[in-house]
Design a protein around this ligand. Sequence first.
Ligand code: ADP
Ligand code: MG
Length: 390
Amino acid sequence: MDDLLRRAEAGYSRAFGGRPAGCWIAPGRVNVLGEHTDYNDGYSMPYAIGFYTAAAVSRSTSPTWQVWSEATGETVTFGPSRVSRDLSRADPVPGWASYVAGIVWSLSTLPGVRVGGARIAIASDVPLGAGMSSSAALEIAVLSALVDLYDIELSVLDRVLTARRAENEYVGAPTGVLDQTASLMSIPGHALFMDSRSNVIEPVPFDLEEAGLEMIVVDTHVRHSHATGEYADRRRDCERAAKLLDVASLRDVNHVEYLALPDRLLRRRVRHVITENARTLAAARALQDGTLGDLRYLGAAMTESHLSLMADFEVSCPELDTVVQAAIEGGAWGARMMGGGFGGSAIALVNADRSDEMCDVIAEAADLAEQPSPTFYLAVPSAGAARIDT
Ligand code: ADP
Ligand code: MG
């Protein structure tokens, strides 16, 4: 953490001169259970990981925003015309800085809020584009800084929704609130049980260290080009099924009602949503009331989740399947793909004293399958966003 803050501050000094008014950090996340459920008003269970994005920030006297990132080494400058309240009249900032401009735009559309200029330097330990949500970490770090520096009163839920709107409407990525919620609200040693309908968030005990376990993230380095189109297709399938079943969302369908759907493909899609919600709800309740007994028993639900995403929702790919199969065969308690699918990362729940061996087993399986050599990260349930005084 000290190193990350130093890099953000040093970047600030180099790019803008002087010292920032403060540093704000926000983490990436994993999602233990509940995939492709958020846009069906369903359940999920993410937690923040110990990899953070840091924003070293000061207010500017002029209404311009200057953003430097260590990841790109460039400084992007934009003025009010590019973050006009009326998005149809704005000329959106393209590229990576759009996440920052999106936050400024999203804040400016809130009633009574005026957000002035800022100088922002970004450094990050969250791998970019690997499925650990570097985008939400960037958004939440910048949002936290601007809210503090400009004394904007915003509830936790409104912060989440403001960041989500930046990503959905300004950047143009159709994501739910899972990433931003995890980045903002996580508590060490806990996961967050999220209900996407009510937006109610409940922390559930998730102390992997105490249980002698580790969660490994395996980045396959594969991202299939049809991923975005397929994601949109799945959302459409779910909307179509809900309409045919005459319900507001698939959250409202049970394991008998959906059989009324005439289309076999739609029935598979719906079966994933129903079983994934059931798995996530059951796991969260068992963690809450202590009836799970041991965290390793969650592994079976993770593996079931993968099988459902693979066979019913059809969003896995050979590279993810190789990793999950190797993990299970190598002795993991459970493993599954994570995120939208068609590449990205998988997670595996393993005994802490066997995690090095597990990484070797998975790397060997990837090699035998002639896949890119994966990268491994340890995902420790960690704290959400914070201001750090340096
Ligand atoms: P993920 O959120 O899983 O990492 P996304 O595609 O949603 O993947 O977001 C990754 C994008 O977010 C990057 O390509 C980049 O545009 C932007 N981004 C995230 N973190 C940073 C950073 N530290 N510096 C610059 N851009 C970043
Ligand atoms: Mg993202």
